[in-house]
Design a protein around this ligand. Sequence first.
Ligand code: COA
Length: 161
Amino acid sequence: MSDQSYPVRSDGISLAPRAVSASASEQAHIVTVGNMNGANRLFGGLLFSWMDETAGVTARRHAGTHVTTAAVEQMRYLAPVFRNQIIMVQARVTYTGRTSLEVLAIAEREEFDGSRELVADARFIFVALDEDGNTVPVPPLRIETPEQQALFDAAAERRKK
Ligand SMILES: CC(C)(COP(=O)(O)OP(=O)(O)OC[C@H]1O[C@@H](n2cnc3c(N)ncnc32)[C@H](O)[C@@H]1OP(=O)(O)O)[C@@H](O)C(=O)NCCC(=O)NCCS
C-alpha cells in the first residue's frame, strides 16, 4: 500500500504507518554541581524531566502534532549518577493506539571507553492534540523487528487491563 492510500488528518499529516527509527531521539547531558541532590547524586526529578523531554520529542515527531503526557509507567532508578558523568537519554515509540502512543525512555551512563550502563527507564504515554487541544489520531507504528513487535504486544496487553 503506498502512502497516498492512507487517510490524511485534517492538518494534512498522513496517517501512513511510521517506522520506530523515524522518530527515535537521543540527548546528551553532563551532570553538573547544580544537578546534584543532598546526597551528592544526580537529582532524580531532574533525570525524570530529561527523560520526559526526550520522550516528548519522540512522541511529537511520530504524531506530527502537539502531544501531552497522559501517564508515566514504571519509572525505575537503577543505578546512581555522580557529578561530571555523561548521561545519554534515548527514546523510541513502542506502541500506538488511536490518539495515544507509548514511548520507552532509557537513561544510560556513558564511560570514557564508550561503554554504557542503564541507570533509569520509564514508559511515557502521550496523547496527540490539535491546535485547539482536541485529541487527534496518530499514525500507526510500522513494526520492523521481532523486538519491536514484542514491545508493541506487551503494551497492547497492558492497555487492555
Ligand atoms: C491526556 C488527556 C488529553 C486525555 O484526555 P481524555 O479526554 O481522557 O481523552 P480520551 O479519553 O479520548 O483518551 C485519549 C487517549 O488517551 C488514552 N489515555 C488517556 N488517559 C490515559 C492514561 N492515564 N493512561 C493511559 N492512556 C490514557 C486513552 O486510552 C486514549 O487512547 P487511544 O485514543 O489511543 O485509544 C487529558 O486527560 C489531559 O489533558 N490531561 C492533562 C495532560 C497534561 O496536562 N499533561 C502534562 C502534565 S504537566
